[in-house]
Structures are given as C-alpha cells and as structure tokens.
Design a protein around this ligand. Structure first.
Ligand SMILES: CC(C)(COP(=O)(O)OP(=O)(O)OC[C@H]1O[C@@H](n2cnc3c(N)ncnc32)[C@H](O)[C@@H]1OP(=O)(O)O)[C@@H](O)C(=O)NCCC(=O)NCCS
Length: 135
C-alpha cells in the first residue's frame, strides 16, 4: 500500500481495471488466490464497483445478471489495510443501487456464516439457498 492512511477511499462504477491491479488486490485479500483472467469475467459482468485510495485499487465487487430481474453479488473484496472502515458496506450498497438502475429487482449473495452481520449491514435479509460444488 502506497497512499497515506488519511487519503479518503472513493468509489468508481465500472472503471477500467487491469488484470495486474485486480490480481494484486486479490493476492493481498484472499489467502488461496491464484492468478486469474479477470478481463473475461468483466466482459460478462452486469457491473462492478471499485474502491480507490488515491490511485490504488483497495476494493472491488462484481455483479452478474441473468438479463432479467435477478443479479448476483460476487467477489466482494477489501484490502486488509483498509478493512473495518465501512468500505465493504459502501461497495456493496453502491453495487445494489447500480443494479437497481440497471433493471434488477432481486439481488442475491452467498457467504460464510461469520459474514451474516456484514451482509445485513449491506441490506440483505436471510433466505434458504443452495450451493453445490461442480468440480
Ligand atoms: C468481508 C470484507 C469485504 C469486509 O470489508 P470491510 O470493508 O472490512 O467491511 P466494513 O468495514 O464495511 O464492515 C461493516 C461491518 O460488517 C461486519 N464485518 C466486516 N467484516 C467482518 C468479518 N470479517 N467478520 C465479521 N463481521 C464483519 C462488522 O459488523 C462491521 O462493522 P464494525 O467494523 O463496526 O464491526 C473484507 O473483510 C474482505 O475482503 N474479506 C476477504 C474476502 C471475503 O471473504 N469476501 C467476502 C466474500 S462473500
């Protein structure tokens, strides 16, 4: 991290993002991260929101859609250096606003148990859902 801690974190919707900066953010944030071709994902995305401290990418969330009223939040990520400052909630809430403007009416997400409170702060209520590993 290069920017001073006092530099405000700002959000941008659908900014151009390079594989290099996304892989750097994910490597710092997800212990099991492996180099990923994010460009292919962004091509299929409904929208994404990025957080910057100065010029540095410090947060990201992706939203995919079904072309209708459903959209799904994926890859919510905040750099460890700026966690617990509200950046994650800002990212997801902004993504929800943008998804609504893009025509979605239902926003889905799945997460591990310990993040129930985080996603409640983002406006999500609990529901029964399923998840199956395919490979
Ligand atoms: C989960 C994550 C995105 C949260 O980002 P963040 O910017 O730190 O979150 P916020 O500051 O907006 O948190 C708001 C509230 O959510 C809850 N929360 C946030 N992170 C939490 C965690 N790891 N465990 C439990 N509760 C958490 C807290 O109530 C927090 O409020 P508090 O700081 O006043 O206690 C971030 O920890 C991260 O990138 N983790 C690794 C990747 C990951 O697991 N992503 C989730 C994919 S579903």
């Amino acid at each position: 991290m290069t920017g001073p801690a006092a530099t405000p974190v700002r959000l941008r919707v659908r900014p151009p993002l390079s594989d290099a900066e996304l892989n750097a953010l994910f490597a710092a944030s997800w212990p099991a991260h492996e180099h990923t071709d994010f460009g292919a994902r962004l091509e299929r995305s409904l929208l994404w929101v990025a957080a910057y401290r100065g010029d540095e990418l410090v947060g990201y969330v992706n939203v995919v859609g079904d072309g209708g009223v459903h959209a799904f939040v994926l890859d919510t990520t905040v750099h460890p250096a700026v966690r617990r400052q509200g950046v994650g909630v800002r990212l997801v809430r902004r993504a929800a606003d943008e998804a609504r403007m893009a025509g979605a009416r239902w926003l889905h997400v799945d997460y591990e148990e310990h993040l129930t409170g985080f996603y409640a702060r983002c406006g999500f209520g609990p529901t029964a859902a399923g998840l199956r590993r395919l490979g």
